[in-house]
Design a protein around this ligand. Structure first.
Ligand code: 16G
Length: 239
C-alpha cells in the first residue's frame, strides 16, 4: 500500500492514503479511525510514523482526538470564497444549511478611538456593539462583534439582529464593498467555550470594514471563525 522506495516520507503517504479513504467514503465524518497500533500493523510502519501522520491530520483539521476514546474523522470544512461580499445568512443558505444566531449582547456605547477612526466618526459618538454567535445547522461557526454607527441605522434593535443584519440594512442603504483582514489566532478560554472547541484551538480572526455605495463606512466586524470548520478560497491570476 505504501511505497517504501518513494522519496515521499512514509507519514505523508499514510496521510494521503487516509484522505483517499475518506474521499471514497470508507471513512465518513464521526467515524473512529483504527488505533495507532492497528494502523502501524496495517501500513507496516512504526507507531512513531503513524503518530506523525495522525498528528498532522489533526492539526490540519481532517481528524480530531477525543480523550480516552480515540481519533475520529472530522466534518469537511466549509469553503468560503474570498471574492464576493456575502452575509453569513446568505452563505449558509447557499450551502443548504440553516443559519441561526445567539445574541450575546446588544448595546449602544461611545465609540473608542479605533472604532471611531474606522467608521469616520468623532471619538465617543454612539455606536451599536452587537455580539453574536453564528450557527450553521446548530453548530457554532463564529463569534462576531459588530460596530455600527447609531445615526446610520437608528431603528436597529435586539430583535432585528436575531435575523440577517445585511437584509435589514439593505432595505434602505446600498452595501457596496469591504476590506477584510484574516489572521491566525488561538481561541482563548471564553472563545473556545462559545465555539465548543477544545482549549487552544486554532481560530481565524477576521476583521471586515464595510462601506456603502457612497463610501460611508457602516460596519466594523471582528470575528473569530473556527479554523477546523472553515477554509478560505480565492482564484488568483498571473497577469
Ligand atoms: C458575515 C460578515 C459580517 C457581516 C455578516 C452579516 C465575514 C467575515 N463577516 O458574517 O461582516 O456583518 O456576515 O450577516 O464574512 P447577516 O446578514 O447574516 O447578519
Amino acid at each position: 500500500m505504501l511505497n517504501k522506495n518513494s522519496p515521499l516520507p512514509m507519514y505523508y503517504q499514510i496521510e494521503e492514503n487516509l484522505k483517499q479513504r475518506m474521499d471514497t467514503g470508507e471513512y465518513t465524518p464521526g467515524d473512529m479511525i483504527p488505533s495507532e497500533r492497528e494502523l502501524s500493523e496495517f501500513y507496516d510502519v512504526s507507531r512513531m510514523t503513524v503518530r506523525q501522520a495522525v498528528t498532522n491530520m489533526v492539526n490540519d483539521g481532517y481528524l480530531y482526538r477525543e480523550k480516552g476514546k480515540g481519533t475520529f474523522v472530522a466534518e469537511s470544512k466549509i469553503e468560503q470564497p474570498l471574492q464576493g461580499m456575502t452575509s453569513f445568512t446568505e452563505d449558509m443558505k447557499q450551502r443548504g444549511m440553516d443559519a441561526s444566531n445567539k445574541l450575546l449582547g446588544f448595546e449602544t456605547i461611545p465609540a473608542t478611538h479605533e472604532i471611531a477612526r474606522k467608521l469616520h466618526l468623532k471619538d465617543n459618538q454612539e455606536v451599536y456593539r452587537i455580539q453574536r454567535i453564528r450557527y450553521a445547522d446548530e453548530q457554532p461557526m463564529a463569534i462576531e462583534t459588530t460596530f455600527i454607527p447609531k445615526t446610520l441605522i437608528p431603528d436597529l434593535n435586539e430583535e432585528l439582529v436575531q435575523g440577517s443584519l445585511y437584509n435589514h440594512i439593505e432595505k434602505r442603504l446600498p452595501i457596496a464593498n469591504a476590506t477584510q483582514v484574516i489572521e491566525a489566532t488561538i481561541a482563548d478560554e471564553h472563545q473556545s467555550q462559545l465555539l465548543e472547541v477544545p482549549p487552544l484551538s486554532a481560530v481565524l480572526h477576521i476583521e471586515r470594514n464595510s462601506f456603502l455605495q457612497d463610501g460611508t463606512p457602516f460596519e466594523v466586524v471582528k470575528s473569530a471563525y473556527r479554523a477546523d470548520r472553515y477554509k478560505f478560497i480565492s482564484d488568483i491570476y498571473r497577469s
